[in-house]
Design a protein around this ligand. Structure first.
Ligand SMILES: Cc1ncc(COP(=O)(O)O)c(C=O)c1O
Length: 407
């Protein structure tokens, strides 16, 4: 059933969470396979699929440009979506929300538009050892461009306090590791960072899915996340930035709609948020994400998170029965990573795939962390509230069969 183009706000008063009801919203779960790879990308609810289909089937139009009826409606929906995102992370002014292609692009935007203009040789960027390449490479690139140095940090708070100095301009950290599931103490990190007049950049790609975030209360300067990990469409991301920082930043990409005036000699950039949104945005993605966020408000995520935590505990306790298993993830995390002695992680992935079980293996875009953990890759199971005990039992059975073949 298609939902209609004028997207209706759902009533958030009757929140609840019934696992099987929640699961029924995900058409991809109707086949025989078991999906345990949600940290790579989440499955999509019907609400999102319907809204996207409706846009492509009946109301295709551009945003912020044409003046015909559908175009005006699309423009309004894109604006409403921006407000929804602002509400979701507790930001009052939706001009502080920039659409990007994903977490990766959001962090690159900060590195190139903010960091590149303020960093001087021998300035320092403190980056945690847990980071995904998306929150490391943009800093490495800008360090090479400016002569600044990257300082490695374990996420220990005392260590941060001793590393940080007048040379530190940026502290970059994840909200939740995509390898260990560990969630650094953002409140404490924020206090130490700001006491030293540095800027805090948080990668919310995994954390935004499982932990409600209030970027204002935590006093985060820049916060990045991707829609596709939060049940939304691929190719869409968000950068939150404090207005005073965004205003002082130079534009990054040039093109349509990021300018007030242009001539062959010069241009005047648009105001926030448009000055960072050159070119036609991912309209279908934004409309799909709006529907996703609206749909998410129906569910009690405190209950959903408790359910996922129980499922994670169950999974880990079942996995622990396998001989010679080494875990890397923290307890209760929806992300479970491990290796089995003398078995290559990719062999496990291939044999599980033959049994219709989707997991992730490898370096998980975190080579420095793999080195620290002393391995070349891991097996990763990632759980969402749409998974259930049958999924886990099928996975455990398949693991037992796989180990019997490989050992
Ligand atoms: C912690 C973390 N940061 C950043 C990213 C990059 O996200 P995207 O590829 O959507 O930009 C990922 C994706 O796996 C991630 O897990």
């Amino acid at each position: 059933m298609v939902t209609g183009m004028v997207l209706q706000d759902s009533n958030s008063l009757n929140k609840h969470f019934l696992p099987e009801q929640f699961r029924a919203n995900f058409p991809a779960l109707n086949n025989q396979s078991v999906y345990l790879d949600s940290a790579a990308t989440a499955l999509k609810p019907l609400a999102m699929i319907d809204a996207t289909l409706e846009y492509y089937m009946h109301t295709t139009a551009t945003a912020q440009r044409s003046l015909h009826r559908d175009a005006l409606q699309v423009t309004e929906n894109v604006a409403k979506a921006r407000q929804f995102v602002a509400d979701f992370i507790h930001v009052n002014d939706n001009k502080e929300i920039i659409w990007t292609r994903g977490t990766t692009e959001s962090i690159n935007l900060v590195a190139q538009s903010y960091a590149r203009s303020i960093l001087k040789p021998n300035d320092e960027i403190i980056v945690s050892e847990l980071e995904h390449h998306s929150n490391l490479l943009p800093w490495l690139i800008v360090a090479q461009q400016t002569g600044a140095n990257i300082i490695k940090w374990s996420t220990d708070l005392d260590e941060l306090a001793s590393l940080i100095s007048v040379r530190t301009k940026i502290v970059a950290v994840t909200q939740m590791s995509n390898v260990t599931g560990f969630c650094p103490d953002l409140a404490a990190i924020s206090r130490i960072t700001h006491r030293n007049e540095a800027i805090l950049v948080v990668d919310g790609a995994q954390g935004v899915v499982h932990n409600a975030i209030d970027v204002k209360q935590l006093d985060i300067d820049f916060y990045a996340f991707s829609a596709h990990k939060l049940y939304g469409p691929t190719g869409l991301g968000v950068l939150y930035g404090k207005k005073e920082l965004l205003n002082q930043m130079s534009v990054w990409h040039g093109g349509g709609k990021m300018l007030k005036t242009a001539s062959f000699e010069d241009f005047q950039p648009e105001d926030l948020p448009y000055k960072f949104e050159a070119g036609t945005p991912n309209i279908a993605g934004i409309i799909g994400f709006y529907a996703t966020l609206n749909w998410l408000r129906n569910w009690d995520f405190k209950q959903a998170d408790r359910y996922t935590e129980q499922l994670a505990n169950y999974t880990k306790s079942q996995l622990s029965k396998l001989t010679d298993i080494e875990f890397y993830s923290t307890n209760q995390s929806p992300i479970i990573t491990f290796n089995l002695k003398n078995i290559h992680h990719n062999d496990i992935a291939i044999l599980l795939s033959e049994q219709n079980i989707a997991i992730r293996t490898g370096e998980l875009c975190a080579q420095p962390l793999m080195k620290k953990l002393g391995c070349h890759g891991v097996v990763r199971i990632s759980l969402m509230p749409y998974n259930n005990q049958q999924d886990v039992d099928k996975f455990i059975q398949a693991m037992q069969d796989t180990v019997a073949i490989l050992r």
